[in-house]
Every structure is written in C-alpha cells, then in structure tokens.
Write a protein that binds this ligand. Structure first.
Ligand SMILES: [Cu+2]
Length: 399
C-alpha cells in the first residue's frame, strides 16, 4: 500500500505536468499528504484496544416515515492513532495524522439499503466524544464509495483527480458522496417533501480519507464515527436516488489552499462547473476552515444559490483550552456550524440543470476570526460546498 501510493503519486505528477502543460505547484505538504502511508509511519489504523466501544451499534432512529422501518446504525472506523503535538510529520505538521486512507471501512448494511441521513463524528476508544475542548479535532474526512454505478460528477471533468488516485481509483468508478469537517454537518438525503435516499448496492465499497489533529502531549487513539439512518432492502417504489456534487476551490487536488494573506480578508473560489447531473436540490453543505466567515454558492454567473455564514463556538466543546507550542497556535474559537443554506427553503434555485455554471467562493477574514497558526504562519484553508441532487433510480449517465 505504501509503495503503491508513492508510485501512484509519482505517476500523477508526471502525467499532470506532461498532459496539462500547466505548472502544478505541489507543496511539500500536499505531496506528503498523498503518500499517507509513508508520512504517517507508526501512526494510523491500529487494533481495537481492550474495552473499546462496539464497532457497529444499532440505535433507535429519531426519524419516522409511515409504513417504513428505519434503523439507526453507528459505525466506528479505525481506530486511528494520531501523533502527539510534539511530533512533527516529515512535512512539518505537528500532531497530525495527514491525508490517511483507510481502504476497509464497514458499511451500515451488508446487502441493499437506502441511507436517509448521515453524520460523522470523532470518539475516544471508550465511546466518549472527542473534540477541541480535549485537544482532538476532526480536521476533515472524505467518504468515497466505489462500485459499478459510481462516478464523481465534478471529478470526471479532471484529467487526474488526486483524491481518487490516492487509493488507486478514479472518478469513473468512485464518488465522493459524503464529507465532514469538525463542524459535523449532517447530510439529509431524505426530506419529507421528497422521497429520496442514497441507495447502497451490495458490491459498493467504502474508503475514507481522514485527517485528524491532536493538540495533546501524548498520542491519542480515536474512532471516526458515522451514524446512518437507513431503510434495509431495495429502494422503496417511486423513490428517487441522490447524487452528490462536490464543489471545491482546489478541486481534484488536496482541497487545501495556501492562504494568500496572513492578516485581513481574502476570498478563494472554484472554477466554474457545468452540471453533469440534473434534478431537484435536496440539501447543501458547506465547509471552511477557522478564519472563514462565509461561503457563497452561485448557480450561474449572475444567480445566487445561497450563502453560508460560519458560526463559531456555539457549544463549549468547540473552545480550545490547551497550550500552544512554539510557532503553532491553535485558535480559541472554532467553526461549530454553517448556517443560512441548510434547507431547500433557503435555495434561490431549486433545480440543477446543465444550462447552469456553478461556482463557490469562500471568504476569510483573520481580523474578525482567528485562524490556526503553524510555524508562525496561517495554516491551509478550504472552501467546499456539497449539493445533493435528486436523480432517477438505477444506473445513471452524465447528462
Ligand atoms: Cu478542511
């Protein structure tokens, strides 16, 4: 796995530079991140420790739909050992499990099932919540699904899509269908007005890309949790499926952008994207890093879709109370939710169609909100927006 990641990355770089003729300026960090196995030597997935919380748990679902049985299933993946704050990775990051791929992740069902909603989390091995107040932080994770019906609507436009390539796949057979940062925004594949779900086939395969932070002076071992509300068996008759659209200011690279400024405000934007899927928009999710204030999504050059506002420290678990190390300074307040674009009532454009051209813009302002410093400099930032689109059931072709 280690050798193959390295090999793939080397190939990717060569092909990219040769085929695009564009100067692909990989930073040390980006290179290192993709060679997850090497960079994280000695850390990453370890065996379950004694007394660990169950790897799969059935809970009572808070959802109800007449005539349908809904199960809540919580899956704990890992556990992942994260280096302590005093340990620097080869790319110079302290206390970070960096762009680490887990190719064997359990699904919420073994056969067919339809996911109605999904939310990620981070827990210590005894099942207690892990967050910034205890120095642990779910920097981000990307959830891939690989299978016969899977393709990535945005990734397919790129000659090389590094997040897929990093585990030996491609956007023609895998899709990024879920993502979460530490704000842990749920994905609603189902809305009461819309009979939609993300349907899993028995042969689908899950892969995670995880990046975890540890602000403690001892290594920590944590599970990435995924809580699903599902209907077992075939997709109910008359329902539609969901296709996830992953818009990103650094699409098909590492999603991480070097901030152009150390102080004050700036924006980072995505390239325009022409839809390859059409249908009603069921949910929208936004992700920024600390220092971020807002995220605008546009469906056409003139037409706003909606805007997110970043909310900080709405719960005490999002307040950092630990100590800082040399040039590494963790912000006190962290993004705890993204507000303003959470339900279809907020959307100015109800449908996605191929006549549109979508862009996103993440706005940062370090004078208003503190970023996280690494070696005295602002750490990398992101702007990601996810749209969940209702599509016909069964195999789907790009429009
Ligand atoms: Cu992120």
């Amino acid at each position: 796995m280690r050798t193959s990641s390295l090999y793939l990355l080397a190939c990717a770089e060569t092909v990219l530079s040769a085929s695009l003729g564009e100067s692909i300026n990989f930073e040390k960090r980006q290179l290192g991140g993709l060679i997850g196995g090497l960079t994280n030597a000695g850390y990453g997935k370890v065996a379950d420790p004694p007394g660990h919380a169950p790897r799969k748990e059935e809970l009572k679902s808070p959802m109800s739909i007449p005539g349908v049985t809904i199960k809540r299933v919580k899956i704990r993946a890992g556990p992942y050992k994260v280096p302590d704050m005093g340990t620097k990775s080869v790319t110079g990051h302290s206390g970070m499990l960096e762009s680490y791929y887990d190719p064997t992740v359990q699904k919420p069902c073994d056969g067919d099932c339809s996911i109605l909603q999904q939310v990620g989390g981070l827990e210590y091995t005894n099942g207690t919540n892990a967050n910034i107040d205890t120095g642990m932080w779910l920097h981000h994770m990307v959830h891939f699904n690989t299978g016969a019906r899977r393709w990535d609507p945005v990734g397919r436009d790129w000659t090389i899509c590094l997040p897929h390539l990093g585990f030996g796949s491609s956007p023609s057979r895998s899709e990024r269908y879920f993502v979460t940062g530490n704000e842990r925004t749920p994905f609603h594949y189902y809305r009461e007005a819309d009979k939609t779900a993300y349907h899993l086939d028995p042969a689908d395969k899950f892969t995670y890309l995880v990046e975890l932070m540890n602000m403690n002076m001892a290594p920590q071992t944590v599970y990435v949790t995924m809580t699903y509300d599902i209907i077992e068996g075939a997709l109910p008759t008359g329902w539609k499926e969901i296709k996830t659209v992953f818009l990103d200011a650094d699409s098909c690279r590492t999603s991480e952008v070097r901030p152009p400024k150390e102080k004050g405000s700036f924006d980072i934007s995505s390239k325009p994207w022409k839809p390859s899927v059409e249908g009603k928009i069921i949910d929208a999710i936004g992700h920024l890093h600390d220092g971020g204030v807002g995220l605008d999504i546009k469906a056409t050059t003139s037409g706003p879709f909606c805007s997110f506002d970043a909310k900080y420290s709405e719960k005490p678990e999002y307040v950092f109370r630990g100590m800082d190390m040399k040039g590494d300074k963790t912000a006190k307040d962290h993004i705890s939710s993204m507000a303003g674009c959470s339900t279809p009532q907020d959307y100015k454009v109800p449908m996605m169609s191929k006549s549109q051209s979508w862009t996103i813009k993440g706005s940062y302002d370090y004078d208003k909100k503190e970023g996280n410093l690494e070696g005295g400099k602002q750490s990398e930032v992101m702007a990601i927006a996810i749209l969940l689109v209702a599509v016909p059931p069964g195999p789907l072709k790009p429009v």
